[in-house]
Design a protein around this ligand. Structure first.
Ligand code: GLY
Length: 294
C-alpha cells in the first residue's frame, strides 16, 4: 500500500519579507521527512500528521503555535483541527492561548469519548484537567510579529505573509488523516474563529475519498466548505490534483477568495493548489525523496 504525506506552511502574499519564505521551506521539508519516517515505520496517518504539524507549529516564521499572529488586542488565539479518515472521528479547539502545540490539544479532544470541539476557556480548562503542557504568551509571540503589531495596530491592514499550517497523510493500512493549525489572521477581532478548526472547511479526511487541509482567507474558505468539497470531487472521480484545482477556482469565482489546498486521496495520489503568491509545501510518497515547492 502506498504511503504519502503532504504538508503546507500557509498560502499568502509572502512578499513583505522574502527571507521568511526561505526560512519556511526547511520547516516544511523537515515536517514531511518526520511524517514519512513514521509512515515507513508502519505508524498511523494520524500520528504522522500530528508530528508534522508539531514541527510546523514550532517554526516561528509560520502562523501557528510559536509565530501565531497577534489579534487586535495584541493577544494570541489559536485554532486547530485533526481528523481520522478511518472512522471520521475528529478533535478541534478554537481561541486557545498558552498552548505551544494546539494540534496536540485537538488530538486529545479527538480521543475524548463524548466531545469533538472545545473553545476558549473551556478548552483551556480541559488542557489543565488532563495535564496538557502549557506555555506563556511570550513563548508564542515573536519579536517580528510584536513589532508588526505595534507598527500597524492603528490600521486595518491584515495582509499576511502566510497563514496556517497543515498536513495530510495516508498510511500503510490505507487510513488517511488531516491536521490543520493556525494563529488566524492578523489584527483579527478577539473571539474571531476562522475556517481552520471547522470540520469540512479547514480540513476533512475520509478513507473513502481523500484527506485535505486548507489555508487562506478563512471567511471565504468556510463559505464553500472547501475541504469537504475537495473530498466530494474526489468521490465523483476527480484526481486529488484536479479536485484541488477545481475547488480553488470555485473559491475565486464564487466568493472572491484566496487560499491554498493540499490533499492526498485514498490511492495515495497527491494534490497541491493555490491562488496566492506562494504556499510553501513538501511531500513524500513511499520512501522516495521529498518533493518541495512554493
Ligand atoms: N485560514 C486561517 C484563518 O483564516 O484563520
Amino acid at each position: 500500500m502506498t504511503t504519502a504525506i503532504v504538508v503546507h506552511g500557509g498560502a499568502g502574499a509572502w512578499g513583505e519579507v522574502p527571507e521568511r519564505l526561505t526560512r519556511a521551506m526547511p520547516a516544511c521539508i523537515a515536517a514531511a521527512q518526520a511524517g514519512q519516517a513514521i509512515l515507513l515505520a508502519g505508524g498511523s496517518a494520524l500520528d504522522a500528521v500530528e508530528t508534522a504539524v508539531n514541527i510546523l507549529e514550532n517554526e516561528p516564521v509560520l502562523d501557528a503555535g510559536r509565530g501565531s499572529y497577534p489579534n487586535a488586542n495584541g493577544e494570541i488565539e489559536m485554532d486547530a483541527l485533526i481528523m481520522d479518515g478511518s472512522d471520521l472521528n475528529l478533535g478541534a479547539v478554537a481561541a486557545v492561548t498558552r498552548v505551544q502545540n494546539p494540534i496536540s490539544l485537538a488530538r486529545k479532544v479527538l480521543e475524548h469519548p463524548n466531545h469533538n470541539f472545545l473553545v476558549g476557556a473551556g478548552a483551556e480548562a480541559f488542557a489543565d484537567q488532563i495535564g496538557f503542557p502549557r506555555c506563556e504568551v511570550a513563548d508564542l509571540l515573536t519579536d517580528e510579529n510584536l513589532l508588526h503589531y505595534h507598527n500597524h495596530k492603528n490600521t486595518t491592514a491584515n495582509e499576511a505573509h502566510g497563514d496556517t499550517v497543515g498536513a495530510v497523510a495516508i498510511d500503510s493500512n490505507g487510513n488517511i488523516a488531516t491536521a490543520t493549525s493556525t494563529g488566524g489572521t492578523r489584527h483579527k477581532l478577539p473571539g474571531r474563529v476562522g475556517d481552520s478548526p471547522l470540520v469540512g472547511s479547514g480540513g476533512y479526511a475520509d478513507n473513502w475519498t481523500a484527506a485535505v487541509s486548507a489555508t487562506g482567507h478563512g471567511e471565504a474558505l468556510m463559505k464553500i466548505i472547501i475541504s469537504k468539497r475537495v473530498c466530494d470531487l474526489v468521490g465523483d472521480g476527480l484526481s486529488a490534483q484536479a479536485a484541488c484545482d477545481a475547488a480553488i477556482q470555485m473559491l475565486a469565482e464564487r466568493v472572491q477568495g484566496t487560499g491554498g489546498l493540499i490533499a492526498v486521496d485514498a490511492r495515495g495520489q497527491v494534490g497541491v493548489a493555490r491562488n496566492t503568491n506562494a504556499m510553501p509545501y513538501a511531500y513524500a510518497i513511499d520512501d522516495k525523496p521529498i518533493v518541495s515547492g512554493k
